[in-house]
Design a protein around this ligand. Structure first.
Ligand code: HGA
Length: 609
């Protein structure tokens, strides 16, 4: 969350900043701003509430000549959405953009106010700016030393870029918490929260590590680690294509990402399914085999959509591999005293690999005696990958829509492959792993087929778009799919939706049933179908309105609508059935004219607790 861009360039800095910060809008879009030290050594700052387009309009009206600058797109944590609270924050000659939360900001604010500093915002970031200024004027140290002295006083996380009007040849980046990347140019260098922002100017990147401080000049970059040792970090050439960041023929990134799922699943499976029943992950260290072999329990920790994927995996681990599996929301996991089951493997799931709650849960778990930990994530350069014993990549490709789609289905694909791998290692039932491998090979084609049914889902969406509340029901491994479907609807269509296990309806929520609360039920052919049919009758006999997503025929009931879907193998049915629910949420949000890629109050890559 929050996007940072900065650069010392040969080219026009203002054009670069607005082009790049626009690409980070998925990280926050409450307000945005930029600051440039121009050729006459003036600080030019422009800030706007609202989307980055407002900043672009305002910046384009001005003629800014300069070669060093910073920009920021905000997801507010401290201080309401207002121009005053928008970054960059300035204290005299010091200019700061920041991603994170300074937990002791109130104490520092009081201290600085006593020293005579006048605050113009309610943010924790302005505290950093004044603290840097205070430290700089106390001892007249170098800016690097000033930053090192100041960050010792900060609690919380503080990835930031600092610029000094009195020394306008360099930027200083400090990473502790959320990612910062340096893009390498020819006699110009760039900094950003994500490589997406820089792909239009370079493919060469250096990922800063926790505690690093980088001094970035046009022709020189010097990095110091947390112990203040000069350090050389590896240069990486990105293989992400700039064109994959574009929407192409689609109206929204979310729409593009829904339709990309057959390809992203194919990429996730590619070169990983060997022989009839073998699964191979090239990035997985060999020692993982021993850990998996010895694993008797699994604990998965995740948030949001990843949590729903983990809930499906729980069913798979228990029913297919006979391994007990617990799933917990990451922020809950790390805020209580835990009892770890014996020989337990910890798995973290996250699209970005930077989800602060999940990262904290991983760090907490290291004190608790797990057999080992594995992260399943979409970003190889992420903190979760760096800090985990083992990792597996989901290979979903860039996901820009804030509401996750292809990261969910590729996570499920990896999780099912992992189940097969663990079964193989334990040699418990090779027939099952063989079946998993065979069925996974069919998955991209099954998803292609269901995407072709988009017109049916669209017609249902048009009917449901004016509803205020909806219930989603599913049983067994389809209950988490109901949860994910309801989450999608809340996120992008702002319709209140709750998911329940179908059998739980009679224990309370049945009281809500009337024709104004549509019920979406996922009821494919499986051993639970007959039970679901009874629930359908219970709803219909109370005048409820129900939409059943299934590959089956049903006896007709009043107010019952069956959305007939193509056949799918039971093993992969959860991955298949989320597709119509993603489309349903998308088309409802489209009909309602909502900001689908940037839903209100949300942002992607949740780097704050
Ligand atoms: N705390 C700062 C930055 C917010 C942030 O990093 N969000 O993800 C603010 O509120 O402006």
């Amino acid at each position: 969350m929050c996007g940072i861009v900065a650069a010392v360039t040969q080219r026009n800095i203002a054009d670069f900043l607005i082009d790049s910060i626009k690409k980070l809008e998925y990280r926050g879009y409450d307000s945005s701003g930029l600051a440039v030290i121009d050729n006459k050594n003036n600080i030019i700052r422009i800030r706007c509430v609202g989307k980055v387009n407002e900043l672009i309009k305002k910046t384009n009206k001005k003629k800014i000549l300069g070669n060093i600058g910073v920009a920021h797109t905000r997801w507010a944590t401290h201080g309401k959405v207002s121009k005053e609270n928008t970054h960059p924050h300035i204290s005299s000659n010091i200019i700061v953009v920041h991603n994170g939360i300074i937990e002791n900001n109130s104490v520092l604010r009081l201290f600085l106010q006593k020293k005579g500093y006048i605050f113009s915002s309610d943010t924790d970031t302005e505290v950093i700016a004044h603290l840097l200024h205070w430290e700089q004027n106390k001892k007249k140290d170098s800016l690097k030393k000033v930053i090192q002295n100041s960050i010792k006083q900060l609690d919380g996380n503080y990835s930031m870029v600092v610029m000094d009007k009195n020394n306008p040849s360099k930027l200083i980046a400090a990473r502790s918490g959320s990612p910062l990347i340096i893009g390498l140019g020819i006699e110009e260098n760039f900094i950003a929260s994500d490589q997406i922002a820089l792909l239009h100017v370079t493919k060469r990147f250096i990922y800063l590590e926790e505690g690093d401080i980088a001094i970035v000049k046009k022709k020189e970059i010097n990095i110091f680690n947390k112990d203040n040792f000069f350090i050389k970090r590896k240069e990486i050439i990105s293989n992400t294509e700039y064109k994959s960041v574009k929407k192409g023929k689609y109206r929204h990134y979310m729409e593009k990402e829904i339709y990309e799922q057959p390809t992203s699943i194919l990429n996730t499976l590619k070169n990983r399914l060997k022989n009839k029943n073998k699964v191979y992950f090239s990035e997985l260290a060999l020692e993982a085999n021993d850990v998996f072999y010895n694993t008797e329990n699994i604990q998965i920790v995740a948030c949001g959509t990843s949590y729903n994927a983990a809930m499906v995996a729980k069913h798979w681990f228990e029913s297919l591999a006979n391994i007990p599996c617990d799933v917990e929301i990451a922020s809950e996991f790390s805020s209580r005293k835990l009892t770890v089951r014996k020989k337990s493997l910890l798995i973290t799931l996250s699209q970005s690999g930077e989800t602060a709650d999940t990262l904290l849960a991983l760090r907490y778990s290291k004190k608790l005696g797990y057999l080992g930990n594995l992260t399943i994530c979409n970003m190889e350069s992420s903190s979760l990958v760096k800090e985990s014993d083992f990792y597996i990549l989901t290979k979903a490709g860039l996901e820009i829509g804030v509401a996750s789609t292809k990261s969910f289905t590729t996570q499920l694909t990896v999780l099912l492959m992992l189940v097969a791998k663990i079964i193989n290692l334990k040699k418990e039932n090779n027939n099952i792993s063989q079946k998993i491998v065979q069925t996974l090979n069919l998955l991209p084609m099954r998803i292609e087929k269901i995407l072709k049914k988009n017109y049916i889902i669209k017609s249902v969406a048009n009917i449901l778009a004016n509803k205020k509340n909806m219930l989603y029901l599913g049983r067994g491994n389809q209950y988490p799919i109901a949860m994910e479907g309801a989450l999608k609807l809340k996120e992008i269509a702002y319709i209140h939706a709750e998911a329940y296990p179908s059998g739980e309806l009679k224990h309370g929520p049945l009281a809500l049933i009337d024709k104004n609360i549509p019920v979406i039920m996922i009821a494919p052919k499986n051993s639970l179908l007959e039970k679901n049919k009874k629930n359908i009758k219970e709803i219909c006999s109370r005048g409820g309105l129900i939409y059943v997503f299934s590959d089956q025929e049903f006896d007709h009931e009043d107010n019952m609508n069956v959305i007939k879907l193509p056949y799918v193998e039971e093993l992969i049915a959860p991955i298949f059935y989320i597709i119509p629910l993603q489309l349903l949420a998308y088309y409802i949000a489209l009909k309602k004219g909502k900001e689908i890629d940037q839903p209100r109050h949300l942002a992607k890559s949740v780097t704050v607790e």
